[in-house]
Ligand binder design. Structure first.
Ligand SMILES: Nc1ncnc2c1ncn2[C@@H]1O[C@H](COP(=O)(O)OP(=O)(O)OP(=O)(O)O)[C@@H](O)[C@H]1O
Ligand SMILES: [Mg+2]
Length: 307
């Protein structure tokens, strides 16, 4: 039976163990698998130490073994994202697979050591592995090749031969097709605009409202607990047919004004600024009673100049 991944050549009941130096491209490769199938040592380092420091490795490995055991017991296809360049790191992984009659498969990410070292350059300090460590990892990876079969691996594959670029855009494309509703489903509809403007993370807080407070334009809210922001979806910004959001703010002219005022909300930063009160006096805000803030001050200038 084939796996639920797109790597149809890998059996369903496999434990895929990546082997490669830091910077070899293991985490880049695993992004082509569904996230739930991946156990990442880096992610677990962060889970136990926030910053993901190297000195959290022991604790992270212990958690990784625990999670692996739980997945193997369920005989779930799993990928391990860690360097795994030594037989002592690999042995407990292979043993866990064998305990549950899963197939341990080694995938070697054999990017040259010098390239792995170069790739450390742009990384933040806590994610940088020293040059001599990376080169040793590379040598260990090369040397491990001959012993993998005797360690119990059912198969040894070179990552380059996986043809892994194809399935990634395929999966992303399918997700996109569903979001656009082109697969016959409902799709995200206008939520696509919400996501494009404010980001994916805002979607769970977003709700469309049945309200006519925006002169006929669609109204939505971003709510968490007691606090909320009201937004209007404008479909003809500046009379030029552009699409964008306004956020409800206090009147920029008069504290006592009870009319609604709107300020453009360009991104999630605008939402933060609106909640923080930074948009209360925004120069682009428009009160439905007093009009635009800037226009009035320009008029003031004209009046001043006219005097
Ligand atoms: N096939 C590739 N071609 C070009 N660049 C790549 C490739 N694979 C990965 N990279 C780049 O190399 C860098 C390191 O990749 P990645 O983080 O996947 O390495 P890693 O093996 O997971 O390292 P670590 O063990 O330190 O977590 C990233 O900047 C990534 O974009
Ligand atoms: Mg990685």
């Amino acid at each position: 039976m084939s796996t639920p991944t797109f790597f149809t050549e890998l059996p369903e009941h496999s434990l895929v163990i990546l082997i490669g130096a830091s910077g070899a491209g293991k985490s880049t490769l695993v992004r082509t698998w569904p996230a739930s199938q991946v156990l990442s040592l880096d992610a677990l380092r962060e889970a136990v130490s926030d910053a993901g420091d190297q000195d959290a490795t022991g604790a992270a490995v212990a958690v990784l073994h625990l999670l692996l055991e739980a997945r193997m017991r369920r005989r779930l296809f799993t990928v391990i994202d860690a360097t795994n360049v030594t037989s002592s790191a690999r042995a407990p992984l292979v043993a866990a697979a064998k305990r549950h009659n899963m197939l341990p498969i080694a995938v070697m990410v054999s990017t040259p050591g010098t390239v792995c070292v170069e790739r450390q350059g742009p990384r933040p300090a806590n994610r940088t592995v020293p040059k001599d460590v990376v080169l040793q990892q590379y040598r260990d990876m090369v040397n491990s090749h001959t012993s993998l079969a005797s360690e119990g691996f059912a198969e040894v594959i070179l990552a380059d031969s996986l043809g892994w670029l194809l399935p990634y855009p395929k999966r992303l494309g399918e997700k996109r097709t569903a979001e656009l509703g082109l697969d016959g489903g409902g799709g995200l509809g206008d939520l696509l605009l919400v996501r494009r403007t404010f980001g994916e993370e805002i979607l769970p807080l977003w709700r469309w409202l049945d309200s006519d407070i925006a002169g006929g334009d669609r109204v939505g809210e971003v709510r968490l607990g007691q606090r909320r922001l009201i937004l209007a979806l404008r479909t003809d910004v500046d009379g030029e047919g552009d699409i964008g959001f306004d956020v409800l703010v206090p009147c920029p002219h008069n504290d006592q004004c009870i009319a609604r005022a709107w300020a453009p909300a360009y991104s999630v930063t605008s939402l933060f600024r609106a909640l923080n009160g930074d948009l209360d006096d925004d120069e682009d805000s428009v009160c439905t009673l007093h009009g635009p803030k800037t226009l009035l001050s320009q008029d003031d200038d004209v009046l001043v100049e006219a005097r």
